[in-house]
Design a protein around this ligand. Sequence first.
Ligand SMILES: Cc1cc2nc3c(=O)[nH]c(=O)nc-3n(C[C@H](O)[C@H](O)[C@H](O)COP(=O)(O)OP(=O)(O)OC[C@H]3O[C@@H](n4cnc5c(N)ncnc54)[C@H](O)[C@@H]3O)c2cc1C
Length: 454
Amino acid sequence: MRSNSRYYPNASVIPAAGIAFAAGLESRTNMRRREFLAAGFAAIGVTSGCATRKLPVAAGPPPPTSRSPLPNLALPRISWDRVIRTTIGLRPHRDSGFVLRPEKFDGKTVIHNYGFGGAGMSLAWGCGLMAAEMALERGMPAGGVRRAAVLGCGSPGLTAARQLQRRGFQVTIYAASIPPNTTSNMSLAGFTPTAGLVEPGRRTPAWDAQFRRAAELSYAELQLLAGAPGYGVYWIDSYNATDDPQAPQTRGTGGIPGNDLLPSHLNPGRGREIFGPGEHPFPARYAVRTAALAIEPSIYLEALVRDFILFGGKIVIRTFDTPRDLMLLAEPVLINCTGLGSKTLFNDQELVPVRGQLTHCIPQPEVRYRASGRMPDSNVNAGINPRSDGLCIGNMAERGNWSLEPNEEVRRQNVEAAMQFFGRMRPPSGPVTPPPAMSGRSVPGLESFYGVES
Ligand SMILES: Cc1cc2nc3c(=O)[nH]c(=O)nc-3n(C[C@H](O)[C@H](O)[C@H](O)COP(=O)(O)OP(=O)(O)OC[C@H]3O[C@@H](n4cnc5c(N)ncnc54)[C@H](O)[C@@H]3O)c2cc1C
């Protein structure tokens, strides 16, 4: 499968839809990758949250797999009259990756926790825990009450606040906006821990260690929430339709050849199932099935707000212009989760927006799988991500654009690619069946989500 970038030779906007293998190994694609990386965003073939899958697999015929049967899959209904909205979000990207460190401001400690690019829904619990540990080291008046402020009310802010509460802190969140009006609400959002996160040349061993711990902690936390009522976190089957399931991939690389976020002893191909010609309904020779961990932002963020309030938290709507404003707060420890806001608030000039765009069709509860692919004559990936608030299609990654206006051309390309691809899908041969319970299948290792783009 090809990378979108190949078809947008001069583009800083890369439309993409759904789940796609990011090829990136054809020479032209490599060339475009370099151009894109030169533009500074460490992802290519960026797709809708769940899934640019990059599996480094050996050459040769597909290995035999012990597969659970493919259920009858409902056909997605994608047409212009079913499109209900297009949303825009600005991913807070830093070439050197997220910032997680304390800084002293007069009498206060500010613990920075921001800059998660396309991985802010995935890494938040882990980074929040580490931020809370730093707060514990610094925010402990002898025999006094533990108090902390969290700046920002997106996924990083809310999870940091919950981690502080779990450690006995009284917490107030101060934020200019709260769900549903945060970037986190505009996320797709899959478990994509390396997506658009860091430039390989900018990593340091210390950052890598923080990243790996954050990924492990977050994965464990999200697994506990998966299936719990009211959180909007669940496992879902994800199909990538492709003519070449053995194409060399770059999984485990953070989307970047030569990158090695994935420890070498881990096996990235675990749990991958390949269905051959005639064994699946998609208009491609093969379908590769993996298990994806999905988050529904609107449900999830509301649930986090609810829990935060339930455990005694307070939310204050306030905008801060300079660090001086923060000195007026009563709390001795402040966790800075302001995302792109840190560009002006803390003068972090490395922060850059990477604009994303999702288009939603009327929800289809009977569609209980993610899928992506591309018609041979098309230059845009098609993909679907079913959520209770819409059947989500499309995405894009546009570095440096602060506009919150939809890009009509990208929207048109994504919707048309999805109509074309899923319009060629074979109808189910019998009643649509729910996917097999995850209990009958292996839970993927953390490493199998490395390289998944959002
Ligand atoms: C289209 C799209 C798809 C994505 N898909 C995925 C995915 O699949 N998986 C994934 O993990 N991530 C995904 N992401 C990335 C994820 O959404 C972000 O990394 C995450 O939302 C960033 O959170 P944040 O806290 O930095 O920003 P926000 O959610 O915007 O929160 C920032 C908070 O800080 C507050 N704030 C900012 N400045 C100030 C100030 N000066 N004073 C007071 N308050 C302030 C804001 O009001 C807000 O409350 C996606 C993003 C987009 C746009």
